[in-house]
Design a protein around this ligand. Structure first.
Ligand code: FAD
Length: 457
């Protein structure tokens, strides 16, 4: 008998419960990836993620070949393609990972119906794309947690299955045509500093992280210039690393750095359980605050300046340029640029979320939309009125100014603290930096506008 394993956001061989279940139950397995037309039609297939995905698929194929198998790649409607492959190979089972978005729920329901009609069963596995599945821990009165701290308390006590090793051999039936793997070099408009993808790369990064960076994580994670976070987010997004394995291995490393890191992995699950329960929150406000955001026309020039990194606030501009150059941004930088757009400029969070999703290699519906809502005060932040001051943030998290100098070469000759406030320079000193713009907004005016609009005293 034959099983199909549909890979989606779980492009790995280690700790892969759907693959393990398929191998346990069948003589032959078809490892399948579908380049889903609907993902492209929704605008989600952007160059940075397509390039990273191309690496992931190539590496997955190589890993399967080393075990006697290969990856089967198809393009089109995911349901049609899975059914077709199942029919061609006479498969009686399909295994895949559960996922949280409205689209993933629809895909699962459609697949189940279509496969049943041809006598094939769909098995959907939990704890593949999350450590703790959505709905596994809930408060007494609701289907999901809206506040992180009590969620984290229960999440931490939750039993986790053991991490699985990679299979030794995978036998693929001859009837399954391989299809063509995408080629990274053929994708245009990729950020020049984009990281490489793939499970092998992810495992290397993870090993290096557990040997080194994780110990100082709790002290250094907010230091913009130190770049002392794991940078594992694209690997978690594409599932080249398993969240369950990550939690186990970080706990195994132990210490305050590892504890702080595990807490961040819980944030990822937290946002996923919110989106799973409230799939509309990908676009609609999770909590309505009656915002009347500035109209696109009124804010157009400000939004352009924000996107391009010329707001006149050096730390904001550094971060926005890092995003464009690497397809990735430091978490502290995401927080302060998002707060700047949504609160200081009072522009709809959806405008910012869209720009992030167009560039982020880890761009993820749950993490991106729910973090944007958190920052905008429409989501799960218990202090929705707080506004991050970009100058204060810069002085605190880039005290030496090295992060700004790295990304804003116009200011490379300035030291801290003036590198964070170049408008304070006078006369010829200011003239030497006139390639760098003046601030597009006065911070206290921005703050007053936000408070007025929200009715905060
Ligand atoms: P580390 O600090 O090493 O953390 C380890 C892992 O924990 C991360 O890889 C990530 O998977 C998870 N994590 C950490 N913080 C968060 C968080 N706040 N929410 C969810 N997961 C978290 N993360 C994404 O993966 N995709 C996104 O599209 C995304 N958009 C964001 C948008 C905004 C406005 C903000 C404020 C945050 C966003 N984040 C997003 C969360 C966070 O910024 C990134 O996960 C983190 O910067 C990735 O870097 P790292 O892997 O070095 O993180």
């Amino acid at each position: 008998n034959v099983s199909v394993v549909l890979f989606t956001s779980d492009l790995r061989l280690h700790d892969h419960p759907p693959l393990r279940a398929a191998l346990d139950g069948s003589r032959q397995v078809v490892p399948l990836f579908v380049r889903d037309r609907a993902v492209a039609a929704a605008g989600f297939a952007v160059p940075n993620r397509l390039a990273f995905l191309a690496d992931c698929l190539r590496d997955l194929d190589a890993g399967l070949r080393a075990r006697g198998g290969r990856l089967v790649v198809r393009s089109g409607d995911v349901v049609d393609e899975v059914c077709r492959v199942a029919a061609e190979t006479d498969a009686d089972e399909v295994h895949m990972a559960a996922d949280v978005s409205a689209y993933a729920h629809r895909r699962e329901a459609r697949l189940r119906r279509a496969l049943e009609a041809q006598g094939c069963r769909l098995h959907v596995h939990d704890a593949v794309t999350t450590a703790v599945p959505p709905g596994a821990v809930t408060p007494a009165s609701s289907d999901h947690f809206a506040v992180f701290t009590p969620y984290f308390r229960q999440w931490s006590r939750q039993w986790l299955r053991d991490a699985l090793g990679a299979p030794r051999t995978v036998r693929v039936p001859d009837a399954a045509r391989s299809g063509e793997l995408p080629v990274r070099a053929e994708i245009s408009e990729v950020s020049p500093g984009l990281a490489s993808g793939g499970e092998s790369e992810g495992r290397k990064r993870l090993a290096a992280w557990l040997r080194g960076g994780i110990t100082a994580y709790q002290d250094r994670h907010d230091d913009l210039a130190a770049d002392a976070t794991s940078r594992l987010s694209p690997h978690l997004h594409f599932g080249t690393l398993s969240p369950v394995e990550l939690v186990h291995r970080a706990r195994g490393a132990g210490g305050p750095g590892a504890d702080a890191f595990v807490r961040q992995l819980a944030w990822r699950d937290f946002h996923r359980q919110v989106l799973a329960a409230r799939p509309d929150a990908a676009t609609a406000d999770y909590r309505t605050r009656h915002d009347r955001w500035r109209s696109e026309r009124a804010a157009r020039a400000d939004v352009e300046a924000w996107r391009e990194g010329r707001t006149g606030y050096p730390v904001v501009d550094a971060a926005m340029r890092q995003l464009r150059h690497e397809g990735w941004m430091h978490n502290r930088a995401r927080l302060l640029t998002a707060s700047f757009l949504a609160k200081t400029l009072y522009v709809d969070w959806r405008v910012g979320a869209r720009h992030f999703l167009a560039l982020l290699v880890d761009g993820d519906l749950a993490s991106n939309q729910m973090n944007w809502q958190w920052v905008a005060g429409t989501g799960t932040d218990t202090r929705p009125g707080r506004v991050l001051n970009p100058v204060g943030q810069a002085k605190r998290h880039d005290p030496d100014g090295a992060y700004v100098r790295r990304w804003v070469p116009e200011l490379a000759g300035l030291d801290a603290p003036v590198v964070h406030e170049p408008w304070k320079l006078r006369g010829p000193e200011r003239a030497a930096y006139d390639a760098y713009p003046d601030p597009i907004v006065d911070l206290s005016e921005g703050l007053a506008r936000f408070k007025r609009a929200r009715g905060y005293g």
